[in-house]
Design a protein around this ligand. Structure first.
Ligand code: HEC
Length: 106
């Protein structure tokens, strides 16, 4: 389980910054930070895998952004991957999916 307070902290930060409507534009350093901190808590700080699988572009290559955005919004039932729909809009999830697919190797 992610630390809910941590996540709700993010919601207020994101709301305060008005990210909800701006997220579709890129680049979005704030969403990028959310991905590293909140997704990174399971997927690894550099997203190369941990409790959750490797999310680096080279491993996700060939996947559709729509599919990844769906997983981000709805989670994977029966696994630790939580649904992010309460926290992220469709356009934010789309941004994250495209971000994951286009990240340069570190
Ligand atoms: C509490 C741990 C946890 C957190 C936090 C988490 N994930 Fe996951 N995620 C998982 C697990 C576990 C899976 C593997 C589910 C399965 O077995 O199919 C997964 C799967 C995924 C997948 C599918 C990968 C694939 O190869 O099919 C994507 C994409 C993904 N997560 C993105 C994210 C994003 C983006 C975030 C942050 C917004 C995030 N996850 C936060 C645990 C987590």
């Amino acid at each position: 389980m992610p630390d809910r307070r941590h996540i709700w902290g993010w919601v207020s930060v994101m709301t305060a910054m008005g990210i909800g409507s701006a997220a579709a534009q890129s680049p979005s350093p704030d969403l990028e930070r959310l991905v590293r901190q909140d997704c990174g808590s399971c997927h690894g700080l550099t997203l190369k895998g941990g409790l959750g699988p490797d999310l680096r572009a080279e491993r996700l290559s060939g996947r559709q952004p729509e599919e990844l955005a769906q997983i981000i919004l709805d989670g994977v039932p029966g696994t630790a991957m939580p649904p992010w729909r309460p926290l992220l809009s469709q356009s934010e999830a789309d941004w994250i999916a495209n971000y994951l697919l286009s990240r340069a190797p570190e």
